[in-house]
Ligand binder design. Sequence first.
Ligand SMILES: Nc1ncnc2c1ncn2[C@@H]1O[C@H](COP(=O)(O)OP(=O)(O)OP(=O)(O)O)[C@@H](O)[C@H]1O
Ligand SMILES: [Mg+2]
Length: 448
Amino acid sequence: MELIEPGLVFTEGDPARNLYVLIEGMLVTSRKVGGDDVEVARTGRRGVYTGAFMAYLGDRVPQLYPNSLRVTEPSRFYVLGADCFEQIMNEWFPMPVHLLEGLFFGGKRTADVVGQRERLLALGSLTAGLTHELNNPAGAAVRATASLRERVTAMRGKLKLLAGGKFARADLETLIDIQQQAVERVAKAPQLDPMQTSDAEDAVSDWLEDHGCSDSWQLAPVFVQAGLDTEWLDQVLDMVGAQMLEPALRWLNYTVETELLMNEIEDATTRITTLVGAAKQYSQLDRAPFQVVDVHDLLSSTLLMLSAKLKDIKVVKRYDKSLPKIPAYAAELNQVWTNLIDNAAQAMNGTGTLTIRTARDDGCVLVEIGDTGPGIPPEVQPRIFEPFFTTKPVGEGTGLGLDIAWRIIVNKHHGDLRVESVPGDTRFQIRLPIQPEGQAEAVQAGSA
Ligand SMILES: Nc1ncnc2c1ncn2[C@@H]1O[C@H](COP(=O)(O)OP(=O)(O)OP(=O)(O)O)[C@@H](O)[C@H]1O
Ligand SMILES: [Mg+2]
């Protein structure tokens, strides 16, 4: 029996010399997480133990203190030397030691396998979502660049013709003015619906035909897309005269087309940049693992990563934007949303409504992910959070999605994960404490 005065008793990582069992007083255990000391447990419960509690495993595990121990008031402990503890355990209880070994090494192996799988899943959903999403804009940019090269080459050819004499110098200047105006119109072109587009194309095409332009069906859609109408064509006619109308219009058509192509390239590359930004935010690659985050930022980057899977699903966001930021492991929360949204999308089999709601609930931030799928039968509900429990065919589900979500929310964030489900309305509710202090008191101070 030892009376220990307030202060540090041992430090994480030092050789584990003693087993400490609390008789009375108050102890605090803590572990280093990325340079910070994180409090693991604060308790005065009689009988909690820490220190060399794995001495009986001998040299098969590093015999180091797995955490630091402080006492906050004069406390009485039963203190037993590690050698003595190991000897007693192995001599007096060989069979229980054998069983504990099984539990320890078996559990460790499972955790290793699951942890590896977890990282793979995270990586898998990230790359799958990202490659799919990047493919479209990247392809669009490549195609638009090829077309642009073609148009610019053609324009060089035309320029030679134009400069070749047909136009007077003043006319060329006029043409360049009109060209500039056309470019400005492209930037402000209104978005037309298909009906309006087709009406406008008919009108432009008729105008071109009336004025003796061949291939009016090729020119018209480009002018319309650029927001140029018959009124503008009248102005061009006024400025260049009937004789030069056709070559002028062809030149302008090229101008407008290159402008539109450059817009396309800009859109596509902007989309790529946005996606890479989202991927960075999603994976939190350049961020501290533990930080203060706005759940809405995390949700939106996750939704963006998963947009390929959600393309025929209606996504409704009911966000309470007044929610405070919370301390959290951001990348891991993204993994939780991903797993839940994945399940919802699979349950709805491609069509339905996904509702993401956030709200304040007591001292917690509530995130609810709802789907309109067939629901989870009551007899299945108690099992869904078990590792490897799945109702999906072999090869489709590993049954780890919800287990991982549970461990991240409940074990790591001291939050809560629940489900309410009836056919057509399944809601997974996550509650995350706004203040990190609300951590549950551990039964054991040690991690055994
Ligand atoms: N939104 C949902 N609607 C209906 N059933 C669900 C829903 N979410 C989960 N389930 C049920 O819970 C089971 C376990 O889900 P979990 O995510 O843990 O594994 P899984 O989706 O089967 O496999 P994976 O490891 O690929 O996620 C699922 O097989 C399914 O039966
Ligand atoms: Mg799943």
